[in-house]
Design a binder for this molecule. Structure first.
Ligand code: SIN
Ligand code: MN
Length: 200
């Protein structure tokens, strides 16, 4: 496993081996069944290409009312709990006793991307955000803590874990594209990204 730091963001390449990655996909199955992926719309009315759902006490939603955390899936059910396998990645990598209360699950199909943004809907930015990449490779772009300026891109592969914390907690980031079907983890292709956050 190699550890890389890009603009203050820590990337642990290959943190999860193949078996651990497959185990996470199994753990996600019942969650996706209980709280199906949906396509959020932005406040301006655009539909995001990435589909999402969440686990935990809070889930991230976006619609005409804007971005926010909600205790329920848009269908009106509470979000499923965050699986133990995912919580243990958080505690191992961050060393924190406090557990995350949201696991956002993003699914990137063919031709999906995510524009540059900050993760700033949480109450306290002293907690890090941890992300887990599963499935197809993604070209991840890192900017600055203010909008604009020079950026740097890194490929994230299945099993990589990334931490945005400390001075890099509010760094702008996005996904330019994925290499569809570059991984065999998901039989139909695509990429799943998990982000763990402390919301309250
Ligand atoms: C996100 O910023 O919500 C997702 C990042 C990623 O897909 O790697
Ligand atoms: Mn983000």
């Amino acid at each position: 496993m190699t550890r890389l730091v890009v603009r203050g963001v820590e990337i642990r390449k290959g943190y999860l081996d193949g078996a651990a990655q497959a185990g996470l996909i199994e753990a996600l199955r019942p969650i996706l069944k209980a709280a199906p992926l949906f396509s959020p719309t932005t406040a301006s009315g655009k539909t995001m290409s990435v589909r999402m759902t969440s686990a935990g006490a809070f889930g991230w939603v976006s619609d005409r009312k804007g971005y926010r955390y909600e205790p329920q899936h848009p269908r009106g059910v509470v979000w499923p709990g965050i699986p133990e396998e995912i919580l243990s990645i958080w505690s191992d990598v961050t060393g924190l006793e406090r557990a995350p209360d949201c696991c956002l699950i993003n699914y990137y199909g063919e031709d999906t991307r995510m524009g540059m943004h900050q993760d700033r809907d949480e109450a306290d930015f002293s907690w890090p955000v941890l992300s887990v990449s599963l499935g197809d490779d993604a070209l991840f772009r890192l900017g600055n803590t203010t909008r604009g300026g020079k950026t740097e891109s890194v490929w994230l592969n299945s099993g990589d874990v990334l931490v945005m914390g400390g001075p890099a907690r509010l760094i702008y980031h996005g996904v330019d594209r994925i290499r569809f079907k570059s991984s065999k983890l998901l039989p139909k292709g695509g990429r799943i990204n998990l982000t763990l956050r402390v919301v309250t």
